[in-house]
Design a protein around this ligand. Structure first.
Ligand SMILES: [Zn+2]
Length: 298
């Protein structure tokens, strides 16, 4: 590490401004009204990582890979059943390797009206990769999902929300409609690259609205679930309730191998029930929401 990167207090203004301005939130793309006059939009996403969380870390633990397989055997079917019960459409972000392991799962997801978005090749961390490798993996991931499902993906969620200095450039080269990995707002906004509007819609995530933060467990580190399911439901519900009051977007990230359990799936089911009680909520895929705000906020 050179002095320039290890001594931020010594940077000149141009250096710190340049870092901040590389990728930035531009104009808000929160529409006055959502589709069909709806007051609020709901974007539910499920990151079907399955075994790739362990493969990304070296693939040494057969136990952790079996947890990943649970995501396919129990998690995704329970989630799809809950969505079908309430007629809700959602987005599944799937690493290409997970899609190759479970091609039928992806085809069922698409056949039931849901969207599949890009989630890396093998859940790699983009910020560890040079531009050429990140670009190759992203393009191959898009091609793989298209070959399996018959639908070209239009959105990306970076694995672990690890957005590298090259990610936005590659998203533009891929011609994507939206990204869903950054956190500058509650509501959709346009991504700027060095101050230039990119036309790419950001559908913002937050760790607050991610089940993994509350529930993940790792035997050999200190990682444990500290938040009971009822408290997690309360946080998610309050995020939805306030989005409804403000006429904004409620975007939630869940994982089949985290929420798909008998003691947790009710969180999703109860949220869907609360959402369905309000007729003026538009539940849609990320692609539908990004396309709508882009048309509404030209
Ligand atoms: Zn993931």
């Amino acid at each position: 590490m050179d002095d320039m990167s290890t001594q931020p207090w010594a940077w000149d203004e141009q250096t710190w401004r340049s870092k901040v301005e590389h990728v930035r939130a531009g104009r808000s793309m929160k529409p006055a009204k959502w589709k069909n006059g709806a007051r609020c939009a709901v974007a539910l996403s499920f990151d079907s990582d399955h075994e790739t969380n362990e493969l990304r870390d070296g693939g040494k633990s057969i136990g952790r890979m079996s947890q990943g397989q649970y995501g396919n055997r129990q998690g995704v079917p329970r989630i799809l059943d809950a969505l079908a019960k309430y007629g809700a459409k959602a987005t599944f972000f799937v690493p290409a390797v997970a899609a190759l392991l479970y091609e039928d799962e992806q085809r069922r997801v698409v056949a039931e009206g849901h969207e599949i978005g890009i989630h890396g090749w093998i859940h790699e961390l983009n910020s560890q990769l040079p531009y050429e490798i990140e670009r190759d993996l992203m393009f191959r991931a898009a091609d793989t999902l298209e070959r399996i499902t018959g639908v070209r993906p239009v959105g990306l969620r970076t694995p672990s929300w690890d957005f590298s200095p090259s990610t936005l450039r590659i998203e533009r080269e891929l011609g994507l409609l939206y990204d869903s990995s950054l956190m500058a707002d509650d509501d959709p906004y346009e991504l700027l690259e060095r101050g230039e509007p990119t036309g790419i819609v950001e559908l913002p995530v937050e760790w607050i609205r991610d089940d993994a933060v509350y529930f993940n467990m790792h035997r050999f580190t200190g990682l444990r679930p500290h938040t009971p399911p009822a408290a997690v439901y309360d946080i998610f519900y309050r995020e939805f309730e306030r989005a409804y009051e403000e006429g904004g977007l409620f975007l939630l990230t869940m994982h089949p191998h985290v929420t798909g359990y008998r003691s947790r799936i009710w969180i999703l089911e109860k949220l869907l029930e609360e959402i369905a009680r309000r007729p003026d909520v538009w539940v849609a895929t990320h692609a539908e929401i990004a396309a709508f705000v882009k048309a509404e906020c030209p």
